[in-house]
Design a binder for this molecule. Structure first.
Ligand code: DX5
Ligand code: ZN
Length: 214
């Protein structure tokens, strides 16, 4: 069954603890947390210290989306935050396999992230080393972008590639109520939502998003 993953990057930074408490009361389960370095992507957000602090006031599973150059230099700090799920961009390192192994050895779920321009075929020799694949459905770094429609084909192709392996498909970027249904129908299991959840009435938005993927 598909599920909605709130992206904390879309929440109100001045009310982070309230937002986390709200999400927990809605039993959201998994929280998507963006880590951006101003280098691999233009934006800067949530370093390991801030993620560890958020983790301490939360009972949710943390899904850390690493958007930074040279992830091999930071992976240990990210693991130390306590995040249960950690994903790394395929494009961010020549050593993707090494990092995925490190995440698995630490007992966490490992994910590989693909930018919109990266074909799903690069997953071929990583399929034994991942628990999930995160398909970017916008170019990473900035919230409020428009969902790239071509992603629907990529989700379907990725599902074929995964075949009967126990690997989940996560999507991230530009998802609203209408798109949530489309990506779910294409085969997405984990659906990240930022703006379309937190802008306006979050409680109502969350209910509508959930209804759309039933
Ligand atoms: C963007 C981040 C997303 C972001 C999505 O680079 O990876 O997680 O929060 O925001 P929306 O859902 O508003 O596109
Ligand atoms: Zn993200």
């Amino acid at each position: 069954m598909a599920q909605i993953l709130p992206s904390i990057f879309g929440a109100n930074i001045l009310r982070l603890q309230d937002e986390i408490e709200f999400l927990q009361s809605e039993k959201t389960g998994i929280l998507h947390v963006d880590l951006m370095d101003g280098n691999f992507v233009s934006n800067i957000a949530f370093g390991p210290n801030q993620i560890a602090a958020l983790k301490q006031v939360s009972t949710m599973v943390f899904d850390v989306h690493m958007m930074l150059a040279n992830p091999e230099s930071h992976i240990d700090d990210v693991i130390k935050t306590g995040a249960e799920m950690v994903s790394v961009h395929y494009e961010s390192t020549p050593h993707i396999h090494y990092i995925l192994q490190k995440i698995k050895k630490a007992g966490r779920q490992a994910g590989v992230v693909l930018n919109p321009g990266t074909p799903e075929s690069v997953l071929e020799y990583l399929l034994d080393d991942i628990d999930y694949v995160l398909l970017m459905t916008i170019n990473p770094g900035q919230p409020g972008q428009v969902f790239i429609e071509k992603s629907l084909e990529k989700i379907r192709n990725t599902k074929k590639l995964i075949a009967n392996r126990n690997i989940k498909i996560e999507v991230d970027g530009g998802v609203n109520i209408e798109i949530a249904k489309k990506v779910k129908d294409a085969g997405a299991d984990l659906i990240v939502v930022g703006g379309a959840l937190f802008n306006g009435n979050a409680k109502e938005n969350y209910q509508l998003l959930n209804k759309a993927i039933q």
